[in-house]
Ligand binder design. Structure first.
Ligand SMILES: [Ca+2]
Ligand SMILES: [Ca+2]
Length: 491
């Protein structure tokens, strides 16, 4: 028999760790693709590259600070990417200050009226107006792993071509970004103090807003705007998906529609699911609270589904979720976990089911940090939800259900008890991997020729846990001189 050495690796990587390798501002690197890769090191080179922009260009910015001398206009050039290499903090595009009216030709960060504009792996900050704006002609923009700080108005704005006809920028994707005021929101730029949103889109269809962090998008009581949504899709928008985001200390998290005085539905369809919303105690004054509506709202938005969100509002708002206006029909709010009720206002119609509206801070892992994962003690939420066909995963991207049933709220609870490899043995040409399991969970067995690197491949997927030990067989497992194994919870 061939001389072989086999090493069993005790698995401590649970599925949650694997999934949260993706986080706002720190997502996996996009591959560098493009018809032409234009490498840029200085701001002057960046402006030159913009001036000579061709269809299909990828501007790859070297790490560093770029103090903009002009906004970056993607004007009639399709399939253009403006990006850093990785992460979101190594490349910084800076305006001249969000409250500096002498913006010096840098009113916005990046402007596009073109199709398939991608912005990735960088920071944009301190612009007088929008940090990113899409205008008529733009379609399918992608904003990926971008940090947007201290915007003088909307951080991302998507303008319409024809609101009444519902023509605007469609199919946008905003993933793993950070939207934040590092101190206070903007002063009066002409529209009153505190005029901002995280994302404001008009006549926009089929956008996905996923895995982002919205933090401190909060105006003081003295501002002209007390209820700015962090995510706002309106003016004849439809089918927006907002999922797996974290909202911390925002005045309003998500609004699908606002206005019912319109000849069209302000929004239609769409889902808001698997989001965390946290407001710190005392964020809102008593007077402010008395005039509050909800953190997740569907106003003049028929057919909107608001499911499996977790909200800890700490008395800052009267309602967690609100449907409003008679045109808001056929809605649903199901399996949400909140410490405030759900409201049907002005004859809105929605199915409300299996919502737990008595959430407490003690149910969550680290609420002050916006971490509303369930603690094991949250037994009135764990395994207590009804099954929804349209929500198949959770905040972490983990498949639902785990354990004995679906959990109420955005997190499907996963035990922290990892599987443990108890034995590794040879049987003819097979390797047998034996490990501990829990009932109701499922496990993946992976192998690699080396521990370092990411060359793990699946031996077996979705092996059901029994509560006892389970054995996986790696056929022809003796084919290499050595082989490592690990066992994880299935994603
Ligand atoms: Ca469960
Ligand atoms: Ca989870």
């Amino acid at each position: 028999m061939t001389q072989i050495r086999l090493v069993g690796l005790v698995a401590w990587l649970v599925a949650q760790d694997l999934a949260r390798a993706v986080s706002p501002g720190d997502a996996p690197q996009l591959p560098v693709t493009g018809a032409r890769i234009v490498e840029v090191i200085t701001e002057a080179q960046l402006q030159s590259a913009m001036g000579n922009l061709r269809h299909g260009d990828t501007l790859l910015l070297a790490d560093g600070a770029y103090n903009l001398t002009g906004s970056l206009y993607v004007n009639g050039r399709h399939n253009v990417t403006i990006r850093g290499t990785r992460g979101s903090t190594n490349v910084v595009l800076a305006g001249k200050g969000m409250d500096n009216p002498n913006h010096g030709g840098v009113p916005v960060g990046i402007w596009s009226n073109s199709t398939n504009t991608t912005i990735a792996h960088l920071t944009i900050r301190d612009t007088w107006d929008n940090e990113i704006i899409f205008n008529s002609g733009a379609q399918s923009p992608r904003v990926y792993c971008v940090r947007l700080l201290d915007a003088g108005s909307q951080f991302i704005k998507s303008n319409p071509t024809d609101v009444t006809a519902g023509v605007g920028v469609n199919n946008g994707v905003v993933e793993y970004c950070v939207f934040e005021y590092t101190a206070s929101p903007p002063a009066d730029h002409g529209s009153g103090v505190g005029y901002f949103n995280g994302i404001s889109a008009h006549a926009a269809r089929n956008w996905v807003i996923r895995g982002n962090l919205f933090r401190n998008l909060h105006n003081p009581d003295t501002a002209a705007y007390l209820w700015n949504p962090a995510v706002l899709f309106w003016r004849n928008s439809s089918n927006t998906v907002t999922e797996q985001n974290i909202f911390i200390n925002v005045d309003r998290a998500v609004a699908y529609g606002l206005d019912n005085s319109t000849p069209y539905r302000d929004h239609a369809g769409g889902v808001i699911r698997n989001n965390f919303v946290y407001l710190a105690p005392g964020l809102m004054s008593a007077g402010r609270r008395a005039g509050s509506d909800g953190l997740l709202i569907a106003w003049n938005s028929p057919g909107t589904q608001i499911d499996h969100n977790s909200l800890l509002l700490n008395g800052n708002a009267l309602y967690a979720i609100e449907f409003r206006f008679p045109t808001t029909t056929n809605g649903a709010a199901r399996n949400n976990l909140a410490d405030a009720p759900i409201r049907l206002r002005d004859n809105a119609v929605a199915i409300l089911s299996t919502n737990l509206q008595t959430a407490t801070a003690g149910m969550f892992v680290n609420p002050a940090a916006g971490d509303l994962h369930l603690r094991p003690s949250a037994t009135n939420a764990i395994d207590r939800a009804a099954t929804l066909g349209n929500v198949t995963n959770d905040f972490d991207g983990h498949r639902r259900p785990r354990g004995g049933g679906h959990d109420i709220g955005a997190d499907e609870f996963t035990t922290n008890a990892p599987p443990r490899v108890t034995q590794l043995q040879l049987s003819a040409s097979n390797c047998l991997v034996t490990f501990t399991t829990l009932l109701g969970l499922s496990y993946d067995v992976q192998r690699a020729g080396e521990i370092t690197g990411n060359a793990w491949s699946l031996v077996a997927a979705d092996l059901p846990g029994t509560g006892g030990i389970v054995q996986a067989v790696d056929t022809n497992g003796t084919a290499e001189p050595r082989r490592f194994y690990r066992v994880t919870l299935s994603p």
